[in-house]
Design a protein around this ligand. Structure first.
Ligand SMILES: Nc1nc2c(ncn2[C@@H]2O[C@H](COP(=O)(O)OP(=O)(O)OP(=O)(O)O)[C@@H](O)[C@H]2O)c(=O)[nH]1
Length: 470
């Protein structure tokens, strides 16, 4: 098990590095830097912001009067605090300041690369000022190295606080998401269906009874609208449909309702026309909402709706865990990537429904060909992925071959009592100790591709760096 370094140990290392930097840098060089910073901190802060404002990415975080004024003062404070450290106590205070800055950056979501760019800018600016000062060549080198190392130390502390805070936020976000989506989603779907219907009815009633210029009920303020704006982003994790839902609601509220209100009592023909437009937008809203809920319900259950196999959602977690077991307990695993041959032809010749039935039967054969501890996924349209746990290469090849022959021998049923012979191509890859599981999937994919190239209805393998005998 990899031992994690805790933050106390990490800050001890930074402190030890600072002490040795302090000891190695002659007092004259440190004093020259400290004096320069005290005299020029305003100029340095100016130059820093001027440079960062030229940067499109950075500008979006700084382009605001209050932020600019406050940050300008904090930048000067930051420079003074960091470069005036003479005692260990002052250094501890300076490092606490770096942690605080890292946490603020995480809350504001300033990307680390922008902070690194800022650090580089500052080093540059201070270096230029030093170069124009009175230090001799040696003194200049010592002072520049001191500035670089001290800013690097500050950046290191800032980054580790940033990462820790980001991880905390991500965990909380994830917990909130699971909590939100863990609620009964089928029930929530019903609730939102009826909330939308309820708004539609209220709107229709208002159109019948309201007088010209009266306000019509806005969809954004309805129970459906509020749920979509505030809860849906956490539940659906921001799929593109959600943007479309919001755009539709905006166009109803901002365009159609005001036009409709103007025409009430004046122009019944125009009101009818607008009503139809609202109804068509509501139909789109219903469709989008249904498809978001449907996808979520499938995903949450971890099951593929057609085959009842695992969907891809848990694949990264399962492969990461199996890689860990293989690494720590020496229990290798194998991956099979199985692709139905000429599946497009089956769809074209016998129809999509027949294709679906074939996929269901292949899924059943796969489930019945592996042990209870193995994992079977629907990986893509007509692609399946099997994780064979605690498996030698020779054994994995035997399982692959068994699956291939079973599928080739079985007559699959399609509608109207028809039967079909199909074959599959299989790529086998053994876990070879590489920690990146995507590489393992790619290797199985390459082997499967070779099986296709080699004439289909066959198994090919990829051993990677594995030394297991075949
Ligand atoms: N019936 C059905 N068809 C699907 C599903 N998912 C994907 N497909 C179809 O599967 C077909 C895959 O075709 P291709 O990728 O060309 O592969 P192929 O015809 O199997 O050819 P080879 O893999 O080269 O042997 C496409 O026509 C997809 O539309 C599904 O859920 N049901």
């Amino acid at each position: 098990m990899k031992r994690k370094i805790n933050s106390a140990e990490a800050s001890e290392t930074v402190q030890a590095d600072w002490i040795s930097l302090f000891d190695q840098t002659p007092p004259a060089a440190r004093a020259a830097v400290r004096d320069l910073i005290e005299k020029q901190r305003h100029v340095l802060a100016d130059a820093f912001y001027e440079r960062m404002m030229q940067d499109t990415e950075a500008r979006s975080f700084l382009d605001n009067g209050i932020v600019h004024d406050r940050l300008h003062a904090s930048m000067q404070r930051w420079l003074s605090t960091l470069f005036s450290c003479e005692t260990q106590e002052q250094f501890v205070t300076a490092m606490a300041m770096q942690r605080h800055v890292g946490e603020v950056h995480s809350r504001v979501d300033v990307p680390v690369n922008i902070v690194a760019r800022g650090a580089r800018t500052l080093k540059n600016q201070i270096g230029l000022h030093l170069a124009h000062g009175t230090l001799d060549r040696n003194g200049l080198v010592e002072a520049v190295m001191y500035v670089d190392s001290l800013i690097d130390l500050a950046f290191e502390v800032m980054s580790s606080a940033f990462v820790a805070s980001h991880e905390r936020t991500a965990r909380i976000d994830e917990a909130y998401r699971s909590f939100s989506s863990g609620q009964n989603m089928s029930l929530e779907r019903e609730r939102q269906r009826s909330a939308l219907l309820d708004w539609e009815n209220r709107y229709l009633q208002a159109v019948m009874t309201a007088l010209p210029g009266d306000d019509l009920p806005r969809i954004n303020g309805s129970s459906f609208g509020l749920w979509m704006q505030h809860k849906a982003p956490a539940v659906f994790r921001g799929p593109s449909e959600l943007h479309a839902v919001r755009a539709l609601m905006r166009s109803i509220d901002d365009t159609l309702l005001p036009l409709c209100a103007q025409q009430l009592g004046n122009n019944p023909g125009e009101v009818r026309h607008l009503l139809k437009q609202v109804q068509s937008k509501v139909s789109e809203l219903k469709f989008l909402t249904e498809s978001m809920f449907e996808r979520l319900i499938d995903l949450e259950s971890g099951k593929d709706a057609l085959t009842q196999l695992l969907n891809r959602r848990f694949l990264p977690a399962i492969l990461a865990r199996e890689s860990e077991i293989a690494r720590t307990e020496g229990k290798p695993f194998a991956l099979l990537l199985i692709d139905v041959d000429h599946f497009k032809h089956i769809n074209d010749e016998y129809g999509h429904q027949a294709g679906d039935r074939v996929l269901q039967q292949v899924a059943m054969i796969l489930q019945n060909s592996v042990r209870a501890g193995d994992f079977v996924f629907r990986y893509g349209g007509e692609e399946f992925l099997v994780v064979l746990v605690e498996m030698s290469h020779a054994h994995a090849m035997r399982v692959a071959e068994k699956i291939r022959t079973r599928i080739a021998d079985e007559r699959l049923l399609i509608s109207n009592g028809g039967q079909l012979d199909i074959t599959v191509s299989i790529g086998v890859a053994m876990h070879d100790g590489h920690p990146d599981y995507q590489r393992l999937v790619n290797r199985a994919d390459n082997a499967m591709y070779r099986a296709k190239q080699g004439g289909r209805n066959r198994c090919e393998h990829d051993l990677g760096f594995c030394t297991v005998p075949a």
